[in-house]
Each structure stands twice: as C-alpha cells, then as structure tokens.
Design a protein around this ligand. Structure first.
Ligand code: GLA
Length: 730
C-alpha cells in the first residue's frame, strides 16, 4: 500500500480529515514524522534533522514506527502514556485513529491526530505544534469522554517520544535550595530513569522538568545529535525514560499523577501541558540555542524586550526596610548607572508588622511605621533618581500570624480534620488556589497595587513553601486528589488575568531562589531568580546548568557582597561582576558598604553591560569549557544572530598557583569575518597583548586567544576572569 504523504511546505491553510496517513511536522531544521491511518494505531516514525523529498518517503517506508501514545490495557507490558479506569471499572484502553488534521497559523502549524477507543466513547487528541521560526515542536494530549459517569485518569502523560537505543546519554539538572541547577550527565541503561517533583508549589529546586539526550555518546557541547525535552508545567511533574528489551528508549513526560488521580466528568476535556521538543546536530549548545530562541520569541513574557539593570534590597538590608534606607539605596544604584530599584521583603503589615519571616504574609498594606510616605513616597524617590521602582510580594502565601488568616482560616491548604502543617518561620501556610475567592484575592492584590501605583515597573513574586499537608477546604470530598492540579490551574488563571491587564509589567518568578525555573511558569514571568546563593563561584556552575534550557535574559544574576552571605567565600569584585554580567545583570548588596573603588568598577561594568546587553540577552549561546569538566576554568560566549558581535567569558574555577590551563577555541563566529577584541571590566595595569587587534573568526575558532592566568593586581590574584567583546571590523 502506498502511503499518502502530507508535507506542509508551502501549504497555506489545510484542514484534512481522514485521508492523511503520514504527516510530517516540520520546523526549519527538524522533522517529526507521524503515521495516522484511520482505524489503526497512530505512530511516530521519525524525529530528527529535517527531511524532505524522497527522504520523507523512504523514512516513512523503512523506519520502525512506535505507538505515538501508548495506552494501558491491551498488550502494554512497558510504561504507558495513558491509563484510565472507565466508569464501569474496566481498566483497559484501545485507541485507534479517527481522523487527523493540519492547520496553519501565523507562526506555527498545528497537527492534530484524533484517537478514539474501539469500544468506549473516550477520545484523545494528540497535538503537535511546530514553530516556523524556532526548532521546537510542542506536543500535548487532550482527553475527553461521553461515558455515563466520571472516568478516573490514573496516568496522563503529555507526550511520548521513542529514542533509538545506542550510546545515549541524558543530561539533567538537580539540586536543592542555594544549590540549584546542578548538572548530571549519565548514560541511559536498562531500567527506568524517573525525574519527578512533588513539591506542589515550586518545581525546580530539586529536579528539573527538562532534559537533553545526547545520541552519539558522552555529551558534547558543540557537536553531536541532541534532543532536548522541556515539560511546560509549573506543578508536580514526572519524566520517565524506560529502557526495556527493545531497540528504543521510551520517553514519557507529563503531570506527576502520584496522589493526583483525576475524575474526568462526562464531556469535560483534560488538557495536558505541552512537552517542548527540540533537535540539533550541533550538540548540547545547539539544542540550548533552539530552546532559547523559542523562549524569547514565543514562551517567555516580553522575551524580546531588554531587561533593566537593578538593585534588589534583600541582601543589603534584609527585613530592615525604611524610607531613608530605601532612598539611600536608590541614590546609590542610580549613581552607578542602574535603572531600577526593587524593594524586597519587609515593607508590609499593619496589625502584624513584618519584622522577620514569622508573620504578616497576606497583609499587603504598607507598614506606615517603616514607610510613612507609603509606596508613593518610594516611587517619588525613584523618580527623583531617574530610576524605576519595583516591589516584592509573596501572594500565594499567608502566615498564621496575619489578619488574612484571622479572617479567612478556610482559605489555606489543610487536610480536613487535621492540624495545619506550618512552613517558613514556623507560621507560613499556602493559600488554596483551587478556591476562586483566593484567586480573586491574589489578582486583586496585584490589580490594586498597579491601579494605585501604575508607576510600579517590576514585581518580584516569591513562593517560599511547598504543599505540606494534602487537603483542600474548598474541593469536595471526591475531588481531594485534584488538589495539586487544581492549585496550578488556579495559579495559571490568576497569572493569565494579570498578564491580560498588565502585559508590560516585569515580573520575576522567585521561589526560595530557583524553585520556579520552568516553561510552565515563564509565559507569565519575564525572568526567574536562579538561586538565593549569590556566591560567584558557585553561580558559574548553577548558571551553566540553567543555561542548558533557559536564555540569559531570564536568568537574574546579581553582584553581591564579599564575604558572600551564603558561603562566606571572599571573591574579588571583578570576578563577581564578570559572572553576574553573563546573565540578566543586577546587584544585591548594600552599596554604602562598598569601597569607592568597588563602586567605580561597578559603574564601569554597568556602562559596558549596557553596550553588550543585546548580545547577552538576545544572542546565541556557545558553551565552550564546562566547569563540570574540572579543567580549572569555565568559558562560554554569546554571539548575535548576525555574527557581527560577540561576548566571550572566561572564569577560573580552581585557584592553584601555576596550574596549567587549556586555551579555549571560540565558537559560533563567522570564519570569514574580522573581529576586533576589546577587554571589558579590565583591571590590569597594562592592556592584554591582543587588545584592540583584529582576528578572523576562523583564527579565533581554531585557536582562541592566550589568556593570562592572573590579573597583575595583587588583590585579584586569585579568581582571575576575563570578558572580551568581539566586534566585526567592516
Ligand atoms: C526568598 C527569596 C529571597 C528573598 C526572601 C525574602 O528566600 O528567594 O530572594 O526575597 O525570600 O524573604
């Protein structure tokens, strides 16, 4: 039988039903090939480099296809994407294709394969959304039924992807508070790798919902075939990679179904979160570039708008907020060239003033004792300094010592009939976002702030607790298992309402540091706080891992004090600046404790960051030397899409005398172009030998440049680091 092939090239608007057997889902450089013959199983034939012409026909003919969405119950000995219990108790599914369709939208093509059970009135749509300007395909499923009573969803993955066995390695991130984004790289072996989260609120402190698969052995940054997968969900997730007795690794990704069985009512549609897939033949960095471009263009809030350089008050004054102190910090950051001041925790509470973390969350009124001029007084001070003003809130939380809790004890998450489980400060509780009244309360908090003070430019949205006691005082008894899912639906609804009204507002996702670095969250947030750990050396590692999936524009990275408040490490200011400048630059320090020399260096760095900001925040990343390789240094660069400007970073990661370090060949440049090299944040008493000279991209990519291991300034002997600007000579 000849298979009918539908290719989307040049297709304007096509809705096909029933006829298409083979569907090719294309991005500029990738293809996902599916087969969807009516009445039979939907299959994935191929995922990899873009196919066209006869290759498409041949792949469809010879590749071994795998079930596109394995369902449990009829010969499914391995993992399943979907497992349900029908209203009559039957636990099996047998899904076949009913029809398929491809629809072209302005910037993407959406392929839908409608499946139905052979016996029960239960339907599943598999959706594949291929972006036209980014090499990412988003895949998810939608489940519905017409059975008389509710169907119990027991497993409900967003998508499934078979990956041909071989020497396949997985790279993933793990960690904990103050140690987020640690990179683990390991080969896939028989058995099952499970990466999951059950926090309920934050989902990227411990594990991360994103992975990379290197198909050609040990992961390489700039070569080798690589698949990236990122589950776009802010709640509990589970990624499973099963390696059984066949030729494939089986990747499933979706909401973590543990303690979350879902009763799907007749006619209701359960929409799973998208799994974003990318493929690159240019190694891990290639897949990162694909994710970053897609994130900036389509996923991250305001992803193409450059971010301001800010000072955040937290490590400078902690809870010790007052008008005078805030004004001093504003004047200081303005004098260094900063553009925004963010007042962190400690500004609110009337009956219970927020002096520490034991009280007041939920009482979002200014503490007049600390700030007699109120928020307007702070905005006026920011105006006088010609900078913008931002503010910290933790809207999903309350303390039991708060007027909010006194008024609405039924608004907090708590198992019926049991005592509260308390979090931070011994009094923190999580509000029950499944409750529409709570959703309104949170929306109104932001709406009132923004209506009264439209000049607020930035909100730091924190979330410092997990769901510790499973129970909703709002959900009915038979839906208690919906809590985690209902919480995140409520959270998303609030975020959508806020974004509909305040699309331009910059909002940072903070969750005890890096607890919300995730593509389920980022459509509503402009950036995330990578970690409460601001130690520059540890940040090299954390930001390295984070950059696998998230662009620099979203990675808040602040210059902080020495000794560092988390590690007590004394790192020279130059190194602290150079690390912070590789992300979204900010400061988190008490400027009045800085020396004039330190301030001067920061002033210079801020001015230079303004020059390179578009390269860092909108450019393509090329990671060159991994700190995890323990070679004594780490290095990466950003290059503009036009390849006319680039910034190269190099940081020593081990501090031994006369250690022999590798020279780092650059990447991502145009071999034909000539680039003039300028060192930024220079502190040495004489310029580097190559300062102001021009080299071809070919030379720089073959040889790199010889970097001195030290700065010739005594107090910077340790922790050498370099930032080089490369500019095309026309
Ligand atoms: C969390 C955040 C910090 C800071 C404090 C304030 O820990 O991660 O950045 O905002 O809360 O209490």
């Amino acid at each position: 039988m000849t298979k009918k092939l539908i290719s989307l090239t040049g297709l304007l608007c096509l809705a096909l039903t029933a006829v298409a057997q083979t569907l090719s889902v294309n991005t500029p450089r990738t293809t996902l090939l599916l087969s969807a013959p009516q009445g039979e199983k939907a299959k994935i034939i191929y995922y990899g480099a873009r196919l066209s012409g006869t290759d498409l026909d041949m792949a469809a003919r010879v590749e071994t296809a795998q079930d596109a969405y394995p369902a449990y119950g009829m010969n499914c000995p391995v993992e399943a994407a979907l497992a349900v219990q029908h209203s009559d108790g039957n636990c099996s599914l047998d899904l076949v294709v009913e029809q398929s369709a491809q629809r072209e939208e302005a910037d993407c093509v959406v392929t839908t394969i409608a499946l139905k059970d052979k016996v029960y009135p239960l339907q599943v749509s598999l959706i594949y959304k291929a972006w036209k300007d980014a090499d990412v395909i988003e895949a998810w499923s939608e489940i519905t039924h017409q059975e008389k009573k509710a169907v119990r969803l027991q497993q409900f993955a967003s998508a499934y992807l078979p990956v041909r066995r071989g020497e396949v390695w997985v790279s993933h991130l793990s960690g904990s508070w103050a140690n987020e984004g640690n990179l683990t790289q390991e080969p896939l072996n028989p058995g099952m790798l499970v990466i999951k989260n059950k926090d309920g609120v934050r989902n990227s402190h411990t594990d991360h919902a994103e992975i990379m698969l290197s198909l050609d052995g040990k992961p390489q940054e700039n070569s080798g075939r690589t698949i990236g997968a990122a589950l776009c969900y802010g709640g509990n997730y589970k990624l499973r990679i099963e390696t059984h007795d066949d030729e494939y690794h089986h990747l499933f990704a979706g909401i973590n179904e543990e303690n979350s069985a879902y009763l799907l009512a007749k006619g209701e549609t359960f929409v799973t979160p998208a799994l974003a897939l990318t493929y690159s033949s240019e190694g891990l960095s290639g897949s990162s570039r694909n994710f970053h471009r897609w994130a900036r263009q389509h996923k991250l809030a305001n992803g193409t708008k450059l971010r301001k350089i800010l000072l955040n008050s937290w490590e400078g004054v902690y809870f010790d907020i007052n008008q005078e102190g805030m004004e001093q910090m504003m004047a200081d950051i303005a004098s260094m060239g900063g553009e925004l001041f963010v007042m962190d925790d400690g500004w609110f509470g009337d009956k219970y003033p927020r002096k520490n973390d034991h009280s007041s969350l939920g009482d979002w009124v200014v503490d007049q004792r600390k700030l007699p001029l109120g928020i307007q007084g702070l905005i006026d001070a920011a105006d006088r300094n010609r900078i913008k003003f931002g503010i910290w809130i933790e809207p999903e939380m309350a303390n039991t010592t708060s007027e909010l809790f006194e008024k609405h004890p039924d608004w907090v998450i708590k198992a019926p009939g049991r005592d509260l489980v308390l979090g931070r400060g011994g009094t923190q509780v999580v509000l029950d976002l499944s409750n529409p009244d709570v959703q309104d309360f949170i929306f109104n908090l932001v709406d009132e702030l923004m209506t009264k003070y439209p000049a607020i430019d930035y909100i730091k949205w924190d979330a410092n607790m997990s769901v510790m006691n499973h129970g909703s005082q709002y959900l009915p008894a038979d839906k208690q298992s919906h809590l985690y899912i209902a919480y995140h639906r409520g959270f998303e609804q609030v975020c959508q309402r806020i974004r509909a009204k305040y699309p331009e507002l910059t909002i940072q996702a903070c969750a005890s540091g890096g607890g919300r670095a995730n593509y389920g969250i980022l459509p509503y947030f402009d950036e995330f706080w990578v970690s409460d750990n601001t130690d520059a050396l540890q940040r090299v590692y954390m930001q390295w891992g984070t950059s696998y999936f998230f662009p620099a524009i979203a990675m808040a990275s602040h210059i902080s004090a020495a000794p560092n408040h988390q590690t007590s490490r004394v790192v020279p200011i130059k190194y602290r600046i150079d690390v912070a400048m590789s992300g979204r630059l900010g400061m988190e320090i008490q400027p009045k404790n800085m020396t004039e020399q330190e301030k001067e260096l920061c002033r210079k760095a801020i001015a230079q960051y303004k020059q390179i900001r578009p390269i860092v925040q909108q450019g393509d990343i090329y990671r060159l030397l991994s700190p995890y390789d323990k070679q004594g240094a780490a290095s990466l660069m950003y290059v503009t899409p036009e390849k006319d400007r680039a910034v190269f970073y190099w940081w020593k990661t081990e501090q031994f005398v006369n250690q022999h370090l590798s020279r780092i060949p650059m990447a991502g440049l145009n071999p034909e172009k000539l680039y003039r090299v300028t060192e930024l944040n220079s502190i040495d008493t004489k310029p580097l030998p190559f300062e102001g000279l021009s080299f071809s991209g070919a030379y720089l990519m073959a040889n790199g440049l010889e970097l001195p291991y030290y700065h010739n300034v005594r107090q910077h002997y340790d922790y050498a680091s370099r930032v080089l600007l490369l500019e095309e000579v026309k």
